[in-house]
Design a protein around this ligand. Structure first.
Ligand code: AP5
Length: 214
């Protein structure tokens, strides 16, 4: 399948997209992960993107469009894909329609991960990534065994630079202003699937599969 994941920061887009990739083989394409990698590698693109990311603002549409085009034209994208964090405004949604049109591809669904805004702050301030396994965990919500597994393997729990309260507040504002209107864009095309994204990761996953008719 070819899916767009919509939802506020912390709504669980990445968590569920990774699970779909592991279970179904559909490629998770996260513009946030691609940008963080570019920043870590100190590429020119990464250096251009860093200030916007640190402030919780969107990186320029041209930069992310270039990344998405490059990724979608690689052969493994033919297995199906889950776009995690793209598109994020009206221009990016138009760009995506255009790119998919050029490739002769159609989206199957746009999933909205629906979470009460009060829960998001705790999910984001508690998010950590295991330095050994790369697994995304949460100091408030992950089972103790998963956290111990990382620490016992000699891993550290790393916090993302933009997961501080001030930047999170701005990311949530940017989402409300620029990304939330895309819900109407995809509803008008008959592609929107709403998923109640509160509850455990397993519960949410079950609802996601049901919403996709799987
Ligand atoms: P990006 O990396 O896309 O971040 P985001 O949209 O802010 O989303 P998050 O990764 O914070 O949240 P998520 O929904 O994936 O949640 P997760 O599954 O990790 O973007 C970062 C920055 O890059 C942007 O601010 C912007 O600057 C730039 N950028 C990226 N894409 C761009 C674009 N298209 N255009 C322009 N700029 C762009 O879960 C969060 C936490 O909650 C984790 O700890 C997880 O373990 C936990 N959790 C998940 N599900 C549950 C559950 N059911 N119960 C309890 N805890 C849960």
């Amino acid at each position: 399948m070819r899916i767009v994941m919509l939802g506020a920061p912390g709504s669980g887009k990445g968590t569920q997209a990774k699970r779909l990739e592991a279970e179904r083989g559909w490629l998770q394409i996260s513009t946030g992960d691609l940008l963080r990698q570019a920043v870590a590698d100190r590429t020119e693109l990464g250096l251009r993107a860093k200030a916007a990311m640190d402030a919780g603002e969107l990186v320029s549409d041209d930069i992310v469009l270039g990344m998405i085009k490059e990724r979608l034209t690689k052969p493994d994208a033919g297995r199906g894909f889950v776009l995690d964090g793209y598109p994020r405004n009206a221009k990016q949604a138009e760009d995506l329609d255009h790119v998919l049109g050029e490739l002769g591809l159609k989206l199957d669904a746009a999933v909205l991960m629906d979470v009460d805004f009060d829960i998001l702050m705790k999910r984001l301030t508690g998010r950590r990534t295991c330095s050994k396994t790369g697994k995304v965990l949460n100091i408030y919500f992950s089972p103790k065994e998963e956290i111990d597994e990382c620490l016992q393997a000699g891993g550290e729990l790393l916090r993302r630079d933009d997961d501080n309260e001030e930047t999170i507040r701005n990311r949530l504002e940017v989402y409300k202003r620029q990304t939330a209107p895309l819900v109407d864009h995809y509803a008008a095309r008959g592609l929107l699937r709403r998923v109640d994204a509160e509850g455990t990761v397993d519960e949410v996953h079950g609802r996601l599969l049901a919403a996709l008719g799987l």
